[in-house]
Unconditional design. Structure first.
Length: 284
């Protein structure tokens, strides 16, 4: 049952265009696919600029068609232990990729198969039927990625870290109270800096393909990017989780409006101009 608090949260989330920050719109780096390499260490341990041979090689092969390669860490996700110094080019990664229209894809990548994986990801992003060697995922999970890359931006380290911990605490509380709580669908991971350094990204939310919930920017598989502008604090976490889970999954259409306008930076699959046009058509 949806409580009055949830209804108030949804109403505020869906009707805050007058309080939105216009300069945010269209600042999400244009992309067709988010690719997360499962790192063995959290972003709080990364230097300001962090890259590995496999990450650079995969980015080289995917950036030309709109792929964005980043690192993600979670205690609950599968990762390969780090290779010793001097053997970074032998590092292997599990990866999770989100793209429009197919949704989530999982695979293994290393320098030995980076060409093949790059082609698999391109085929997935372009909805080509034959994608061998990778596993399309099918679940009701909602993936929540929080930037905690403090060496790159202290705001991500301070507020991002606090928000991530608040989410863990709230999820733990809900699941201890009710093991069947809907919050079990939320999968949290920490990520390195995403892009648009000026706006200090805090969270990116990606749902199951062809599905969405409140607080999610849509377009089938998509992201609602919440920025570090004083709107998202650890105390907001309970209401944010309520808003994510409150609406039932439903089919979407390409013209779905941004559902978190005051924090909205952009949408997967749209260019900067298309993001701005969508927002202006909806809220002007």
């Amino acid at each position: 049952m949806i409580t009055s608090r949830v209804l108030k949260t949804l109403a505020r989330t869906l009707s805050t265009a007058v309080r939105s920050t216009p300069e945010l719109v269209g600042t999400a780096p244009p992309h067709r696919c988010y690719i997360f390499l499962h790192a063995p260490q959290p972003p709080s341990e990364y230097p300001a600029k962090y890259a590995t041979p496999t990450q650079r090689a995969l980015l080289l092969r995917t950036a030309k068609w709109g792929g964005s390669v980043n690192f993600a860490w979670s205690e609950d996700q599968t990762s390969v232990p780090a290779r010793p110094p001097g053997e970074e080019d032998k590092q292997e990664y599990h990866l999770t990729a989100f793209t429009n229209p197919r949704g989530k894809l999982e695979a293994m990548v290393s320098m030995e198969n980076v060409d093949e994986v790059g082609e698999q990801l391109r085929a997935h992003a372009e909805a080509i039927d034959s994608v061998s060697g990778a596993t399309p995922a099918n679940s009701d999970d909602v993936h929540l990625y929080v930037c905690t890359h403090g060496a790159r931006d202290c705001r991500c380290g301070d507020t991002g870290g606090a928000v991530a911990q608040a989410i863990r605490d709230e999820l733990c509380k809900r699941r201890n109270s009710n093991p069947s709580d809907l919050s079990t669908r939320i999968k949290l991971a920490e990520v390195a800096h995403v892009g648009g350094h000026k706006y200090a990204l805090v969270a990116s939310i990606l749902p199951k393909p062809n599905r969405s919930r409140a607080m999610l920017d849509t377009q089938q598989t998509s992201s609602c990017i919440l920025t570090e502008n004083g709107e998202v604090e650890p105390t907001d976490v309970p209401e944010i989780l309520d808003a994510i889970l409150a609406l039932p999954a439903r089919p979407l259409n390409p013209d779905e409006i941004p559902t978190c306008p005051r924090n909205w930076r952009g949408r997967m699959g749209l260019s900067k101009d298309e993001q701005i046009q969508l927002f202006q058509q909806t809220y002007s």
